[in-house]
Design a protein around this ligand. Sequence first.
Ligand code: ATP
Length: 208
Amino acid sequence: MRLGIFGGTFDPIHYAHLLLAETFREELRLDEVRFVPAAVPPHKQDDEITEGDKRVEMLKLAVAGRPSFRVDTSELSRGGVSYTVESLRRLREELPQAEIFFVMGGDSLAEFLTWKEPGEILKLATPVVARRGSDAPLDWSHLSGVASAERLAQIQQSQFVTPLVEISSTDIRRRRAAGRSIRYRLPRAVEEYILAQRLYERPRSGDT
Ligand code: ATP
């Protein structure tokens, strides 16, 4: 089984996430992509985040009808700061035979060495960096201290280019707080959920 992991805050999930996941699935010929919402993302520990069950509900609405997309709530059940290495260890135990890939943005590659146990992460799974066509070529020197030349060459073969879509969760939250339209930036069912639950009506301090 070829399994893809897509971690994020998903507050809320939007079409750029879904397009990234679909490109990831197709390019890497994955059997399944798991969306893994973080309980507390390491780089957003001081930020206000919507409750986990509401982020999960929006994810479920977004992937409904797409059997190869699944929502994995293990980081929320575990609670606390969500570290990739811990999630990958758990997945390895659950699926010892699977080949595991996890997708990250080109910006995350530059910060990879600040992640918890980067060398261990590269043993457990293959990072796949989604580069946007307009981005500068990726700088692989960020990984050279934690992986062998052979492993690096293997990792570099799994990269793909994702279409550039200028949608972000921050922008969607800001728009809601300003009473502006969020239509066509995320699936209609997710938009309806946001309106019904009255999410993002108040400006967030970190978003201003
Ligand atoms: P926020 O605006 O709240 O920081 P976000 O829209 O970046 O959120 P996250 O949940 O942090 O959403 O996203 C998870 C991952 O999805 C990011 O690390 C990034 O790699 C990817 N991603 C998000 N938006 C885009 C986009 N417009 N194009 C390509 N990748 C994206």
